[in-house]
Design a protein around this ligand. Structure first.
Ligand SMILES: N[C@@H](CCC(=O)N[C@@H](CS)C(=O)NCC(=O)O)C(=O)O
Length: 234
């Protein structure tokens, strides 16, 4: 039986199954990257709901695992060398779980880096920019009189969608015929932009062809459907 007592986060969110990967998350676009990947790989895991609307990701217990105070984060009791490994940043979690399972990342070194490149494209571009569209279109920023910030982030998001549209030309998935962590990373963000953030018309989503077809292919995957609901607020 794995001993996770060295991780203070387990005091607030106790592990019922310490031999399984511990997931601390909520089903936001960043959170679902980890849950979709865990569902896709079939790696045994235990989920813990961290309610960020209740500031739970800024509690001392959560900060002990992720000093940046954001979900998702994991502990793998059986990390490298058989020792427990704590990890935050969804991109790092995706690469780790891909390596651990040997799935959803190419073994060919050049293709592996290409996959990681698109994971970074999501984490450094799509996530931060789409997130700002959410803030200025749907949340507190909606009431700002000055609409230039909204316009700026909408324009940048449209540009990023254009990059994705061209990448998906003639490809089923971001890496071609193989579904990969690049898709896992990006699907939830595009879905969120046109649904929860209510920006479908703003970014002229219906003028795109390849992105909507790709999103539908992704959303048809049972593991994606399950992962999008994990962990869900009660
Ligand atoms: N770069 C981080 C971003 C994570 C992130 O922004 N998580 C949001 C939810 S989508 C969060 O935890 N927000 C709570 C807060 O900032 O207080 C990652 O990819 O893991």
């Amino acid at each position: 039986m794995a001993d996770l007592s060295a991780f203070p986060i387990t005091r607030r969110w106790p592990a019922e199954h310490p031999d399984r990967i511990q997931l601390y998350s909520l089903n936001t676009p960043n959170g679902v990257k980890a849950s979709i990947m865990l569902e896709e790989t079939g790696l045994p895991y235990e989920q813990h709901l961290v309610d960020i609307t209740d500031n739970q990701s800024h509690t001392p217990e959560f900060l002990s695992l992720n000093p940046n105070g954001k979900i998702p984060a994991i502990i793998d009791p059986d990390g490298p060398g058989g020792r427990p490994l704590g990890l935050f940043e969804s991109g790092a979690i995706l690469i780790y779980l891909a390596d651990k399972s040997g799935r959803f990342i190419a073994t060919d070194p050049a293709l592996r880096y290409e996959t990681i490149q698109w994971v970074f494209f999501q984490n450094a571009g799509i996530g931060p920019m789409f997130g700002q569209v959410g803030f200025f279109n749907k949340f507190a920023g909606r009431d700002y009189e000055d609409k230039r910030p909204l316009q700026r982030y909408v324009a940048e998001s449209k540009r990023l969608l254009g990059v994705l549209e061209r990448r998906l030309d003639g490809r089923d998935w971001i890496m071609g015929t193989e579904y990969s962590i690049a898709d896992v990373s990006t699907l939830g963000w595009v879905r969120n932009l046109i649904t929860f953030y209510e920006a479908r018309d703003l970014v002229e989503y219906d003028g795109l062809k390849n992105v909507p077809a790709w999103l539908n292919r992704g959303l048809a995957r049972p593991a994606v459907q399950r992962g999008l609901e994990i962990p869900k607020r009660g």
